[in-house]
Design a protein around this ligand. Structure first.
Ligand code: FES
Ligand code: FES
Length: 219
């Protein structure tokens, strides 16, 4: 049945070829005809694709010009006046304009807590905060917790309890822990875990972080 169907098609093609060229239905002519059909089919198949590629060419809008704003901040006890694009985040301002790379950029989407700093004593994700929103604020980063040569008690406790492994999340964990102790809302292990849940540790040092925070809480 299948062979019969195939023979019928080839025969029809031969006839079409003869009709189209006026030549005999020899093998060369049939091949030419088949290759023409193939090319024509490819053209038919690709044409819409090529058209659609042309159609989706994006037209990018011109970037809005930078709007430079003067922001006054007290960063780690030092007053600063900064001329910055109002779209800059606090995290980028700290890391790229103020040479304070202690606060880490993990996700840049408010999901990992690596960028946690204290603004007026409250912990915030600096990747989600525009620096323009902090005008007049006091900002404390991990670099500002130690006093002279003395580490902050939370830093000491993290060292004592091995509250870190790779250390990438640690600046954010420590700033967050300092804020949590100041808030005084966490009274049990479960509450500490819950209120620290915005700070992710990929190394899984949670048990040791908990021990460090409890030591500072109970001091
Ligand atoms: S970098 Fe800010 S929350 Fe992850
Ligand atoms: S110590 Fe490695 S991510 Fe927390």
């Amino acid at each position: 049945m299948f062979i019969h169907y195939k023979l019928t098609i080839v025969k029809k093609l031969d006839n079409s070829c003869d009709a189209a060229s006026g030549h005999s239905s020899g093998g060369t002519t049939r091949r030419n005809f088949l290759s023409q059909i193939g090319l024509a089919s490819a053209g038919i198949t690709l044409a819409p694709l090529l058209t659609s590629v042309k159609e989706v060419e994006p037209e990018l809008p011109d970037a809005a010009p930078a709007e430079i704003t003067t922001i006054h901040l007290t960063i780690n006890g030092k007053k600063q006046a900064l001329d910055l694009d109002s779209r800059v985040t606090l995290l980028d301002a700290l890391r790229e304009k103020l040479s304070l790379p202690g606060s880490k950029k993990g996700c840049d989407h408010g999901q990992c807590g690596a960028c946690t700093v204290l603004v007026n004593g409250r912990r915030i994700n600096s990747c989600l905060t525009l620096v323009a929103m902090c005008d007049g604020a006091e900002v404390t980063t991990i670099e500002g917790l130690a006093q002279d040569d003395r580490l902050h008690p939370m830093q000491e406790a993290f060292l004592k309890h091995d509250g870190f492994q790779c250390g990438y999340c640690t600046p954010g964990q420590i700033c967050s822990a300092v804020g949590l102790v100041k808030e005084a809302h966490a009274h049990t292990d479960a509450e500490i875990r819950e209120l620290m849940s915005g700070n992710i540790c990929r190394c899984g040092a949670y048990q040791n972080i908990l021990a460090a925070i409890k030591e500072v809480q109970n001091a």
